[in-house]
Design a binder for this molecule. Structure first.
Ligand SMILES: *Cc1c(COP(=O)(O)O)cnc(C)c1O
Length: 413
């Protein structure tokens, strides 16, 4: 049995048993996002730091005492999580940050951070005996659901906005999802998907709306602290769209603090694209109510006009003493080049936005050189090759003879 006590509404604090509600607080409709509450005393009896030293499950399930999971046999067979945390030597030298790390979550089964959440959602669906899942996504959440669902034979219906990059669409189709392309934005696809879930009884993997997804996402924070030998870093930089990842990271850090695994918590730095900065704006204005916009950014995975996990995200930044920062599309592409060429890690635009945020704070003099910093890369660069080409240009084209090569080499030198 899991160590979950129940679910608590982030707006009114009402608590529910896990059997009472599937998704959101009945009093607040889609805004009543729920948070999973644990019996930390029970977790403490079952899990210590030294238990983890002996654990050989190098995936998110190594933390199953801290996850809402009752039946271990229902986890998908693919390896989700325990992604590498690189001590990026060349970037450290270049940026004069000797304690910088990059965690590459592009190394997950479907090549994005979203696998942490999808894996959790699938276990929950299977425990409930639900046999079809649905999601709306700008790409990665859906690709991730399709991938992990394929590994356990669960059919999916996926709603995507028309603008989703080709590679992400290809992933959906390859994994056999039923893909419904919506002539509209991500936000419109999201709302349609919720209606479909109600009408057909499909289990919803929609971000924030399904409270179990945050729990999967928090595992990245658990990993970061364990990989750093329980010395929590000073700052964690992460890109923000709906706000579910950053909210999840905060949950993981609070869990570790409650268990006494870490003493202090890092500042969470949420990084948004300038053209999709609803949460950064709300944070700046000191409010928890958001003003929807029509988003515009090359970073499709964080192109969100109506952030669904606003409250958890804003509280994560505020309570951790962190901040929001915004970056332009040009800065995102520049970050992609630098992280690839000096770090060897290739991220999609939203994947490297956290890194662009670090460079922004460096420029503003808001990072001290001795600080321990983790940058999360949330998605692999091959997800959006068109943006990558835009960032780096085209190769040299020559005739297949050595004379042409010599001419070129002379031009280059
Ligand atoms: C979804 C996603 C994000 C943002 O996560 P939110 O929970 O929406 O804030 C960032 N990067 C990538 C690659 C993503 O797929």
């Amino acid at each position: 049995m899991s160590n979950v006590l129940g679910l608590k509404c982030v707006l009114c604090g009402a608590e529910y048993g896990q059997q009472e509600v599937d998704y959101v607080c009945p009093k607040h409709g889609n805004e009543g996002i729920l948070d999973v509450v644990y019996d930390y005393a029970a977790v403490k009896r079952r899990l210590s730091r030294s238990d983890l030293d002996k654990c050989r499950d190098y995936s998110i399930w190594r933390y199953s005492e801290l996850l809402p999971i009752d039946r271990r046999e229902l986890v998908p067979p693919l390896q989700v999580g325990w992604t590498p945390l690189y001590p990026v030597q060349r970037l450290r030298a270049l940026l004069e940050l000797p304690n910088l790390y990059v965690k590459d979550d592009g190394r997950n089964p479907s090549a994005s951070f979203k696998d942490r959440a999808s894996a959790m959602g699938i276990v929950r669906a299977r425990e409930l005996g639900r046999d079809i899942m649905t999601a709306a996504s700008t790409g990665n959440a859906a690709a991730s659901l399709a991938c992990l669902a394929a590994s356990v034979g669960l059919p999916t219906y996926i709603f995507v906005p028309e603008r989703a990059p080709q590679a992400k669409l290809a992933q959906l189709l390859v994994f056999g999802a039923n893909v419904i392309m919506v002539h509209g934005t991500y936000d419109q696809a999201f709302d349609l998907c919720l209606q479909a879930s109600a009408e057909y009884g499909w289990y919803s993997r929609n971000t924030a709306y399904n409270p179990y997804l945050s729990e999967g996402k928090k595992t990245a924070a658990l990993e970061i602290c364990e990989q750093l030998n329980w010395q929590a870093p000073d700052k964690i930089f992460v890109s923000v769209g709906d706000g579910c990842i950053i909210g999840g990271l905060w949950k993981g850090l609070c869990d570790l603090r409650a268990l006494g695994f870490i003493e202090r918590v890092p500042q969470l730095i949420g990084v948004q694209a300038e053209g999709s900065a609803v949460l950064a704006k709300a944070w700046q204005e000191g409010t928890e109510s958001i003003t929807p916009i029509v988003p515009q950014t090359i970073a499709d995975s964080i192109s969100v006009g109506v952030p669904r996990d606003a409250i958890k995200a804003l509280r994560a930044v505020r309570q951790s003493g962190g901040q929001f920062v915004t970056v332009s599309d040009a800065e995102i592409l520049d970050a992609m080049r630098l992280l690839s060429r000096v770090g060897g890690v290739f991220g999609e635009p939203a994947g490297v936005t956290g890194f662009a945020g670090l460079r922004k704070l460096l420029e503003l003099g808001r990072v001290r050189p001795e600080e321990h910093i983790v940058v999360l890369v949330t998605g692999n660069g091959l997800k959006d090759v068109q943006s990558a080409i835009q960032a780096v240009g085209k190769p040299h084209l020559i005739e297949p003879d050595v004379g042409a090569l010599r001419t070129l080499m002379a031009q280059l030198n």
